[in-house]
Design a protein around this ligand. Structure first.
Ligand SMILES: N[C@@H](CCC(=O)N[C@@H](CS)C(=O)NCC(=O)O)C(=O)O
Length: 213
């Protein structure tokens, strides 16, 4: 069977820039920005104020019926939602995806884990505090517990590794960096998690981001 071609025929480095619809306070959106920036892909950034309902307008819902950012819009008008799907698309055939099939699968396992076992707890606690202005004491206990457990899993995994998968930055690091580096804004404390703090600093350096800690 011939090897599958991953190029869809679009020239991502072409003249017409793609558009990213997002909120620069949102980790899900920043994953997409960091990936495009790291790969040197040209894009136009369009700010969407989710608190003002801009992700629920008729025009926006045509781009993403779920009414959420981020959304990628290609120069031919096709759109793509879901942060981890978008970064996978942008980074196809790049060094951000391990070449070896098993390592690539492990990287994708972290992306699924991020959306099911990390983001709903850490990012949502942060949403309640940063966007809705609630104090840490009003966070939902079950959500806090699962967020703490997710951070513990990462701390244990990174204890004797520099990166989540293999020996270089991959999409797994980009995806998980987004809300882990902002965990304190959701009331989580990384002080007793030295491996996580070291990994955050290394990933921020690799992406050229100013440190948040
Ligand atoms: N699973 C989605 C989650 C996207 C998401 O939750 N987006 C939030 C901002 S971080 C949003 O647009 N919320 C507005 C709304 O739901 O109305 C992804 O990874 O892209």
């Amino acid at each position: 069977m011939p090897a599958r071609r991953r190029n869809d025929g679009l020239n991502m480095k072409g003249v017409n820039a793609m558009r990213i619809y997002g909120d620069t306070q949102s980790g899900n959106c920043l994953k997409v920005k960091w990936t495009a920036d790291h790969l040197g892909l040209p894009y136009e950034w369009h700010d969407v104020d989710i608190m003002a309902g801009e992700s629920r307008t008729e025009a926006f819902l045509k781009r993403n019926p779920f009414g959420q950012v981020p959304v990628l819009e290609l120069d031919d008008g096709r759109t793509l939602a879901q942060s981890n799907a978008i970064i996978g698309f942008l980074a196809r055939d790049s060094e951000l995806i391990p070449a070896d099939a098993y390592s690539e699968a492990r990287m994708r396992a972290w992306l699924f884990w991020e959306q099911y076992s990390h983001e709903p707890y850490i990012a949502v606690c942060r949403f309640h505090m940063v966007y809705l202005g609630k104090p840490a004491s009003e966070r939902e206990g079950w959500r806090v517990e699962r967020g703490e457990a997710a951070l513990d899993v990462m701390e244990a995994h990174l204890k004797d590794r520099d990166w989540l998968v293999g020996d270089a930055l991959t999409l797994a690091d980009i995806s998980l960096l987004a809300y882990t580096r902002l965990a304190h804004e959701g009331g989580f404390d990384l002080a007793a998690r030295p491996a996580l703090r070291r990994w955050i600093a290394a990933a921020e350096r690799a992406l050229g981001l100013a440190a948040v800690h």
